[in-house]
Write a protein that binds this ligand. Structure first.
Ligand code: CTP
Length: 398
């Protein structure tokens, strides 16, 4: 795997040298980015001679002036490993700061990111550091817990960087996770379906598509081939080779596309907010209002239930996960949907809680086999990671 190792300014930098050797020994191709403070602890020439490649530590050298080395390296990278990560570096990435070669390259990379913090225990326990760590975890960065042991300050506490051997094992474990759904096909629906009233107007809903897109990204980050069937969304589509986006408009369109891909899929995750009603006959021309008209009657008919229709025919080994958007009686209603729609899982969320368009969500996961599990409020991408973890464990155990 093509790994870029980022060294930031802490005494644990000397252990990173050993780690780079270990990563190379197991066959990874390594490039190095260093902050100026990291170079106060180990020289870039040590790392350059180990990797046989120049270290990126300055975007403004003569050689780098005419190129964009950070973007090239960001594109080359399949995994970014920040080791050791100082409290300052964690704070910068939590806030998207790009003020040197390391932060700029990291901000430009789309590769999965692993981080191994090492710092004094008081800095680790500082609420600001903990806040920054939960922010980056919410953004999908995987954090290795520091060890408890002798710190450079001469006393034992939490904050010490784990030994290179442990970091190597953890990194390889994380790499395995990024491939655990290799070869699996997952359908994710996102956004809200629209039902035409006339060529100009429609019946829609408040779904932004954020949750569905987060689920599609989490599945692709685990190596799955994802078909993202999306209706109306207000956020950008993800650009990942493993995600194939397919646009639909109405519930009927979405049903047709879901049915087309369902036969060959391993799992379907219906995150889309699907319109339950459509106008019986949408007008071909814009409906004009008359001078004496005060009301407009629309006759609505029920749309098909996509989840129920496809889950009825699921084969053994295929998994179906639905969502339940509720304003009242969350668990009872979600339980009913689990049974009536023949789903394996229902992810229930209370949509009174400012869910639409928000970056955070609080969900309870209901399954046929276990008691409902309430997750704490977290970012939509962290919720998505939980859901993909459930799907992966199930698919791999079958
Ligand atoms: N769903 C579907 N087709 C529909 C309606 C909903 O596939 N016509 C799916 C949604 O994508 C979601 C689950 O069913 O995964 C529950 O959707 P929700 O809107 O919460 O419930 P409804 O089934 O529409 O029931 P109600 O509106 O009465 O709560």
């Amino acid at each position: 795997m093509r790994i870029t190792v980022y060294l930031t300014g802490g005494v644990a930098c000397y252990k990173a040298v050993e780690l780079v050797r270990g990563l190379e020994k197991v066959g990874h191709e390594i490039r190095i980015v260093m902050t100026k403070n990291a170079e106060k602890f180990v020289g870039p020439s040590t790392l350059a001679s180990l990797t046989k490649y120049p270290v990126l530590d300055d975007l403004w050298t003569k050689e780098n002036q005419a190129s964009v080395p950070h973007v090239h390296l960001a594109r080359w990278t399949e995994l970014a490993l920040i080791v050791p990560a100082t409290a300052d570096f964690v704070a910068k990435i939590a806030n998207g700061i790009a003020d040197d070669a390391a932060t700029t390259t990291l901000l430009a990379t789309k590769a999965p990111k692993l981080i191994v913090p090492a710092m004094n225990d008081q800095m680790w326990n500082n609420p600001a550091t903990q806040r920054n760590l939960s922010t980056i975890e919410g953004d999908g960065v995987k954090v290795m817990e520091p060890a408890v042991g002798m710190l450079a300050e001469g006393y034992a506490a939490k904050g010490r960087m784990p030994e290179p051997e442990e970091i190597l094992t953890w990194t390889n474990e994380q790499i395995k996770q990024t491939k655990r759904l290799n070869g699996k096909k997952i359908i994710v629906t996102a956004g809200g379906t629209l039902e035409a009233i006339d060529p100009v107007r429609f019946i829609g809903n408040r779904s932004s598509g954020k949750m569905g897109i987060a689920v599609a990204e989490a599945a692709a980050n685990s190596g799955a081939q994802v078909t993202l069937i999306y209706a109306n969304i207000t956020v950008p589509l993800p650009k990942k080779p493993l995600i194939k986006p397919v646009h639909v408009e109405s519930t009927e369109d979405m049903l047709q596309v879901v049915e087309k891909y369902f036969t060959a899929c391993d799992a379907l995750i219906m995150v889309a907010a699907v319109a339950d009603w459509r106008v019986k006959k949408a007008a071909d021309h814009k409906i004009k209002k008359q001078a004496d008209q005060n009301t407009l009657k629309l006759s609505l008919v029920k749309t098909p239930d996509i989840l129920k229709t496809v889950a009825k025919n699921k084969k053994s080994g295929q998994l179906v996960m639905g969502f339940a958007a509720e304003t009242d009686e969350l668990l009872q209603n979600a339980e009913k949907k689990l049974r009536e729609k023949n789903a394996d899982y229902i992810v229930a969320n209370n949509v009174n809680q400012n869910v639409f368009g928000n970056d955070q969500n609080q969900v309870t996961i209901l399954s046929r086999k276990t008691a409902p599990k309430k997750l704490k409020r977290m970012s939509k991408s962290a919720v998505a990671d939980h859901l993909i973890d459930i799907i992966a464990k199930n698919l791999l155990n079958k």
